[in-house]
Design a protein. Structure first.
Length: 342
């Protein structure tokens, strides 16, 4: 028996270095492409480009890394491309909106050109609480005003966080937001706010505000109207920014908000195709976590105001499994809650 265990241990010790060599040989001299499902200049783009600057030194074989953008349909155009058209060998990584992992809940999965539940998430760069922001000189002075006064909010698409989150507040809680769709990303919406085309937006990450739009806050051109959360962010709680979840009146309303607001865990998600070989997925997952703990990256993130708090792919997959296991009735009601009413 002792001899058998010794042979098994020896086999494992001999296999591990060989596998590491195989992985290094695969990536050496290659280029990993990170494809961002939103326009350049926004928060998702900032995190993806930071990952791209450091990921290569943590992946076996030290491949080069490039970042491209493929915005459209709330990241689903990019996700469909990565899932079924791009190389599925561990050289292409998708960086979608945080809404994309919940696509089977948020919309009719049959309308998508890929199966979101089969994607493999290698992790998220952080958790992020979404916020509604408004122009300081606009019609809304408090979140309570949104239940009495119509305000125009800018958004990307109905399935993007800046699109469906204000709709959710209308349908579940009774706010009076009028959403204007069609902006490529949060950067363009913020420009529209600055030019008084719209009064504000919902679905903007708290970390994005600090990293990309801190000057808007400092100059008092915008202010946080509400946290789109049930539990809240300690920093925002300390600032007295109200939580939308506190305005829910029934348990069903709270459950719908709970499912939608679970996306805070998917603050900055990254995934690969389901056909990516398992050992490469594992290597990318390990490299992903090591990258976000890299001292040089953390120093740069601090300078840029980017919040870093990586979450493993395994944790994300487990959360998604629980959400997907919700009853069909609650999933239907959740889906209806984010649709524009005729």
């Amino acid at each position: 028996m002792r001899s058998r265990w010794f042979c098994l241990l020896l086999a494992v010790l001999m296999t591990a270095p060989a596998q590491a060599q195989d992985l290094a040989a695969f990536w050496r001299g290659k280029t990993i492409t990170i494809i961002v499902g939103s326009s350049a200049g926004g928060g998702y783009d900032a995190y993806a480009r930071m990952l791209g600057r450091y990921l290569g030194k943590h992946v076996p074989g030290n491949p080069s890394v490039v970042v491209n953008n493929m915005p459209g349909a709330a990241s689903n155009i990019m996700a469909g491309y990565v899932a079924s058209l791009a190389p599925r060998d561990g050289t292409v990584i998708g960086a979608p909106f945080s809404t994309q992992p919940l696509a089977p809940i948020l919309e009719d999965a049959g309308s998508l050109r890929y199966d979101p539940q089969k994607l493999i998430y290698i992790g998220s760069a952080n958790e992020d609480t979404y916020v509604c922001v408004a122009r300081r000189d606009g019609p809304l002075k408090t979140f309570a005003d949104a239940f009495k006064i119509e305000a125009v909010m800018g958004g990307t698409a109905e399935t993007g966080s800046t699109g469906y989150l204000p709709i959710l507040l209308n349908n579940v809680l009774g706010t009076k937001f009028r959403v204007v769709f069609g902006y490529p990303g949060s950067r363009e919406v913020m420009m529209a706010i600055d030019k008084s085309e719209v009064h504000g937006m919902c679905g903007l990450g708290w970390s994005t505000i600090h990293s990309q739009y801190a000057d808007f806050l400092k100059s008092d051109r915008i202010f946080p109207l509400a946290q789109e959360s049930l539990k809240g962010n300690p920093q925002m709680d300390g600032l007295g920014i109200p939580r939308a979840g506190d305005f829910a009146k029934t348990e069903e309303q709270k459950r719908i908000l709970e499912i939608i607001y679970a996306q805070k865990i998917f603050g900055r998600p990254f995934f690969v195709s389901a056909d990516t070989p398992g050992e490469r997925v594992a290597a990318l997952g390990n490299a992903f976590m090591a990258t976000w703990r890299d001292p040089e990256l953390l120093a740069e993130a601090m300078r840029m105001g980017l919040e870093i708090g990586p979450i493993t792919g395994g944790e994300l997959q487990a959360i998604l499994a629980r959400i997907y296991a919700s009853s069909e009735e609650i999933k239907r009601k959740t889906r209806d809650a984010i649709k524009v009413k005729p």
